[in-house]
Write a new protein. Structure first.
Length: 328
């Protein structure tokens, strides 16, 4: 029973591989190292004391993928590999459509060819667009967000259609809210490329003095303190959600939000970071960021009821673990 984890050396993938190994799964990591480092493999070994096989393969390369499936008996796939920078996707849409769609189509084809039982796909809360929180899985997904968000919506539809025509393959679509945090060991975490887009990596760079101050995009939203509200989820909780999805006996198509169900404002997160880690984060309020919504948080009832999974780790723990990783 081997689990193929594409993008398994990336941020969420590496934490999920740790959980899988700790639960005695046989893991095959596929990653082309576009946004990850090979050292992560030894860190995973250091944390778990166990080995995962590693293939440096591009998931858009069908022939190499086919060889892998021919040689390894893969029963499940967790598909993380993809590009994820919203801003970059607006400037380079074809780069995003090619990588994210072709890799997913290749994996779906091979899943059918080699009788894979389950395919779990990394989707995103971004598919809900600017709807009203809490987001529930039955809400219609948006027609247009940005090219990155589009790739997630299209991949969801591709996989639903694939299942409809091939009922032996069950498909799980996991819609992540805002993953933050790092493994408690301080050995693995998020390593952003260039200037971070997302809040938490930006905060840590300001805390380290790499950047002068945090720009807070908008303080005039209708929220608790005027700043944007998001559902931050510890990456280890998120990784455990994949384990629950993998273990679930429920066949067919299943869609789950993975979040905490609680919203936290930008200011609340910044203040918690300063208090818990005893560092200063200079900040300034600036205009709203185009495309941002005021409030985004999940309805997590379905994952709790059907997967018996819920997040456990607090915002305090998230900021503590991030800071430990940064200072390792
Ligand atoms: P990440 O960039 O850290 O990990 C993705 C990994 O996939 C990287 O290691 C990269 O090298 C690899 N990769 C990319 N294209 C590949 C290809 N063609 N072939 C082989 N490997 C390839 O990103 P992450 O934060 O771990 O996100 C994982 C998944 O979750 C992505 O699909 C992302 O869109 C989705 N997601 C992330 C977030 C988030 O905020 N981090 C939110 C919602 C959804
Ligand atoms: N923010 C700032 N300053 C910054 C960065 C962010 O004030 O420098 C604010 C944003 O305006 C927002 C909040 O912090 O209110 C969170 O922003 P992020 O960029 O960290 O996260 P988003 O919710 O905007 O988007 C993220 C991912 C998307 C994903 C979405 C839902 O970037 O890819 O979560 O999962 F689709």
């Amino acid at each position: 029973m081997k689990v193929l984890v594409t993008g398994g050396l990336g941020y969420i993938g590496s934490h999920t591989v740790v959980e899988l190994l700790e639960h005695n799964y046989e893991v095959i990591i596929l990653d082309n190292l576009y946004n990850s480092r090979i050292e992560t493999l030894s860190k995973i070994k250091e944390i778990t004391g166990k080995n995962a096989s590693f293939y440096n393969i591009d998931a858009t390369d069908f022939d190499s993928l086919n060889e892998l499936f021919k040689n390894e008996e893969i029963s499940s796939i967790i598909h993380f590999a993809g590009y994820k920078a919203v801003g970059e996707s607006v400037n380079f849409p074809l780069k995003y459509y090619s990588n994210n769609l072709i890799s997913t189509i290749n994996l779906a084809k091979l899943a059918i060819k080699y009788n894979v039982i389950k395919l779990i796909f990394s989707s995103s809360a971004t598919v809900y667009g600017d709807g009203e929180s809490p987001f529930t899985e039955i809400m219609p997904i948006l027609e247009r967000t940005n090219p990155y968000g589009e790739t997630k919506a299209i991949c969801e539809r591709i996989l639903i259609d694939t299942y409809t025509a091939n009922k032996n393959l069950s498909v799980t679509l996991l819609r992540y809210f805002n993953p933050v945090g790092a493994h408690e060991s301080g050995l693995i975490g998020e390593v952003p490329n260039g200037i971070p887009n997302n809040l938490m990596p930006y905060i840590t760079q300001v805390a380290k003095g790499i950047r002068e101050k945090l720009l807070i995009y908008g303080n005039d939203y209708e929220t608790v303190d005027g700043t944007g509200v998001r559902d931050y989820i510890h990456v280890v909780d998120l990784a455990k959600g994949h384990l629950s999805a993998l273990k679930s006996n429920k066949g067919g198509i299943n869609i789950y939000n993975l979040g905490t169900g609680k919203g936290t404002s930008v200011l609340e997160l910044v203040k918690t970071f300063m208090n818990v880690n005893n560092v200063n984060i200079p900040y300034e309020f600036v205009d709203r960021r185009p495309g941002d919504i005021a409030i985004s948080y999940a309805d997590v009832t379905k994952a709790k009821e059907e997967l018996n999974w819920e997040s456990k780790l607090s915002i305090e723990k998230m900021v503590e673990d991030v800071w430990r990783f940064e200072n390792q």
